[in-house]
Write a protein that binds this ligand. Sequence first.
Ligand SMILES: [Zn+2]
Length: 349
Amino acid sequence: MIFDGHIFDGHNDLLTRLWLSNADDPVHDFIYGTLPGHLDLQRCRQVGWMGGLFSIFLPPFAYVKNNHSDKLTNTSSSDFTPQEIIDICRAQLQLAGQLQERSNGQIKICTTLAQIQTCIQNQQFAIVLHLEGAEAFAIDPELLDEFYEAGLRSIGLLWNRKTKFGDGLNAPFPHSPDMGTGLTNDGKDFIKKCTEKRMLIDVSHMNERAFWDTAEMIDQPIVATHSNAHALCAQARNLTDRQLRAIKDSNGLVGVNFDVAFLRSDGKRDTHTALDVIVDHLAYLVEHLGDNHVGFGSDFDGCLLPDDLAGVSDIDKLIERMQQRHFSDALIEKITAKNWFRVLDTIWQ
Ligand SMILES: [Zn+2]
């Protein structure tokens, strides 16, 4: 059976890839379908991938310095300057704006579920803006309003680096997520500001203490936009059964990450990984969370994919495996879009 529904996904790093790109005009390339990588508009349309959460992200300094030193203002320094951190995030925000402006109405930055649904009805592509690692906002708190005005509706407070808001999460494999301290008072204050604006709070990169600090203080669904089951792959970034229970109790959601290192039981960065391993995580999460709390969180353009999933064009193969493993049509519709719509609507209202 062929899947003809729409797909809405919880995480990709397209904006960071556009920012890092050396192409003359990567925005044009994305819209008109000649961009290398996991995603571009034409390929997305062909498979019904109608949008998702698009991450604004500060890549590791060493990576930028070694591969994209032209992006730095001072190549002899050992870390980003505070201004560079802000500028990099602003540049990616502006790239999202350009995607919208230059797409001839084909791409829209959305801040409500109604807008997303209108987009899908009109065959338009829906971008929900997400910030992965809120370091820039720790430097300049006023940026929150600026980014919110531009459409930002989802925040991942932490990433690998320690910031004013809390410890990062960067562990060898295998590892428990219980490492490092929880949220700082600044981190808690910041989450409070974001929840007052009805923004999604993403726990995907939090250590366990920060996770529980967040769970305790927010009165909205807990969402892990791109994490998997720790019981199947003991990455510190994956979620323990206890965390899954808390997410379920909050009416939240877990988006399944397609990165092999977050899927495989041996944690290896080995692309010889069957699509069935993604289905294993989906099935485990459905078993622990229920049908209404699992979605996709592909990590396209920011991850190492299994060989059979070269990019968005192959998403049919994954859905076919889900069908072969007896996921019902109703469950597939929920995982591929409806659960995301429900959770975004609940948080944003
Ligand atoms: Zn991530």
